[in-house]
Design a protein around this ligand. Structure first.
Ligand code: C5P
Length: 230
């Protein structure tokens, strides 16, 4: 039997990365963070001196992206040309620039091909030994793995998402920190949603709203969706 594929989409601050990692850990599955691929592609362009508004140059750079991504949910490391960029891809500079790659349809196609190849490999072997993969991003339930047996849209109210991102980035969720986070989160989601729809669930996708759930409760809610798909 082929391994399991759990597809999780959601906006920034929905908690989808940490929740998806925990679900992968609980089920012994590989963890594929597709946002990390977009971030690594963006950092690669910056490091190679590729102008982010030069779409053909960005596409060429992304097609040749020297990316190695760890699929172990305990250590989802990201190597770029052998250099560990796991932390470097999380800076506000990369977050602010990533939409240039995400809205480039040829670059999306190139990254999408890699994502499908990882998912296919994990279903029969790969890091998980064929147990399968939790793949997380913006278009996994709709474009990358629309036939995954488990598909979840993880949402949360704007207020909850801003609080979480603010805590993550600034270590506090006071008014000033939330205001500083607002522009980033809301603008990035608005830019991203011009090319991928991740705010409403596609047909057959289960919505989990984490606004009033703790981290553990959200993980349990996803595990319940997986069990129900049995
Ligand atoms: O999830 P994360 O915030 O790390 O994603 C970074 C960016 O990558 C998103 O803002 C979005 O522009 C892009 N992305 C995407 N499609 C995905 C995953 C991420 O366009 N499947």
């Amino acid at each position: 039997d082929d391994g399991l594929v759990v597809a999780v989409d959601g906006p920034s601050g929905s908690g989808k990365s940490s929740v998806s990692r925990a679900v992968a850990r609980a089920l012994g599955l590989a963890y594929l963070d597709t946002g990390a691929m977009y971030r690594a592609a963006t950092l690669w362009c910056v490091r190679q001196g590729v102008a982010l508004d030069d779409a053909p140059a960005v596409t060429a750079a992304v097609r040749a992206l020297p990316l190695e991504q760890g699929l172990d949910p305990e250590a989802p490391t990201v190597l770029l040309d052998g250099d560990d960029v796991t932390a470097a891809i999380r800076t506000t500079e990369v977050s602010a620039a990533v939409s240039a790659v995400a809205t480039n349809l040829d670059a999306r196609a190139a990254l999408g091909d890699r994502q499908r190849a990882v998912i296919a490999a994990e279903r029969t072997g790969g890091w998980s030994g064929g147990r399968g993969v939790v793949a997380e991003g913006r278009d996994i339930t709709t474009a990358i793995a629309p036939d995954a047996p488990v598909r979840v849209l993880l949402t949360a109210s704007e207020g909850a998402r801003l609080r979480r991102r603010s805590l993550e980035v600034h270590g506090t969720a006071d008014a000033a920190a939330v205001a500083a986070t607002h522009d980033q989160v809301v603008r990035r989601d608005a830019q991203d949603s011009t090319v991928v729809e991740f705010r409403t669930a596609a047909d057959g996708v289960v919505t989990v709203d984490s606004s009033d759930l703790s981290f553990e409760e959200t993980v349990d809610a996803l595990l319940a969706v997986v069990r129900a798909a049995g």
